[in-house]
Design a binder for this molecule. Structure first.
Ligand code: F6P
Length: 324
């Protein structure tokens, strides 16, 4: 009897809520299609170290609702080198792995493309809270992170209003302002700083002063971590310029990456996991699953890594108008 088609699945880079739902979908769809599914622990590091274990239907039970990734993850420097990639391919071949499903962010899609260039059958699944991956409307984990930020900002606004303070809140997102802009809209932030729009601390202080003069009981300032201005410096400038509100600040940090995935993320991850295996069944590879309109499509990995996803500036302006 011929050996079964063996597909390896791994998660790489920053974990994102919903990655487990994607793993579960890959395993169960793969097994349903008579494949063998191998879980690769610890991202590309585990691929290099040969950390493989066969996954059965019950191995992915009870993980759908869990944040993080049961396969563990890493940011592997070794794998980024051509010699690392050659070693990874050797390990795959030794284990008889025919194809890989790689769940991760921008860096992981670069790794996926590098492997596909060397003849490996690869399917990427976008998973990142930053939503900075070109080729998909939204990545797995972004919706949950936005909800986490929204909950935190709603709580901070309660106390900000009670004390009539300006609250500076720092969000993640690396070089993308997506999380900051979208949460600014849903949280009604008065000022938003993003990497895409250079802003000075003075401009922020003046905007906060105007909000005070318009009779606002608080000011919420969302500062994307990549904006170029440190949140502490912003607070110092607002205090120094004596704009009416006193300041407090909260850096949300890694809390934004954790937690149970939202219904939206579970559904997106499940759809993308199923679609990734469907690609392999039909002989498609070298692509990433991407949400386009209402459907999940295959986007060539070359296009994914050659394009930069931009924040839609309409949303930035919307946040400003709605904060009046
Ligand atoms: O890419 C996800 C992300 O959480 C970014 O928003 C952030 O800049 C980075 O990862 C933090 O990385 P680490 O967990 O390695 O500190």
């Amino acid at each position: 009897m011929a050996d079964k088609f063996k597909v390896g699945v791994l998660t790489s880079g920053g974990d994102a809520p919903g990655m487990n739902a994607a793993i579960r979908a890959v395993v169960r769809t793969g097994l349903t299609n008579n494949m063998e599914v191998v879980g690769i622990q610890n991202g590309f590091e585990g691929l290099l170290n040969g950390e493989f274990r066969s996954l059965g239907l019950r191995d992915v039970g009870g993980i759908l609702q869990r944040g993080g990734t049961v396969l563990l993850t890493s940011r592997s420097k070794r794998f980024m080198e051509p010699s690392g990639q050659r070693n990874a391919i050797r390990k795959m071949n030794e284990a008889g792995i025919d194809a890989l499903v790689i769940i991760g962010g921008e860096g992981s899609m670069n790794g996926a493309y590098a492997l596909s260039q060397q003849g490996v059958k690869v399917i990427g699944i976008p998973g990142s809270i930053d939503n900075d991956i070109w080729g998909t409307n939204i990545a797995i984990g972004t919706d949950t992170a936005m909800n986490t930020i929204m909950e935190a900002v709603d709580k901070l606004r309660d106390t900000a209003s009670s004390h009539q303070r300006a609250f500076l809140i720092e969000t993640m997102g690396r070089n993308s302002g997506y999380l900051a802009v979208m949460t600014a809209i849903v949280c009604g932030a008065e000022v938003t700083l993003i990497p895409e729009v250079p802003t000075t601390a003075e401009e922020v202080a003046l905007a906060v002063e105007q909000a005070y003069k318009r009779g606002k009981t608080h000011a919420i300032i969302i500062n994307a971590e990549g904006s170029g201005i440190r949140t502490t410096d912003l607070a110092a400038k607002i205090d120094e310029m004596d704009v009416g509100f006193k300041t407090r600040m909260t850096i949300l940090g890694h809390i934004q990456r954790g937690g149970s995935p939202t219904a939206y993320d579970r559904l997106l991850a499940s759809r993308m996991g199923v679609k990734a295996v469907e690609a392999l069944v039909e002989g498609t590879h070298g692509v990433m699953t991407g949400l386009k309109g209402k459907g999940v499509d295959f986007i060539p990995l070359l296009d994914v890594i050659s394009n930069k996803r931009k924040v839609n500036m309409e949303y930035y302006h919307m946040a400003k108008v709605l904060a009046r």
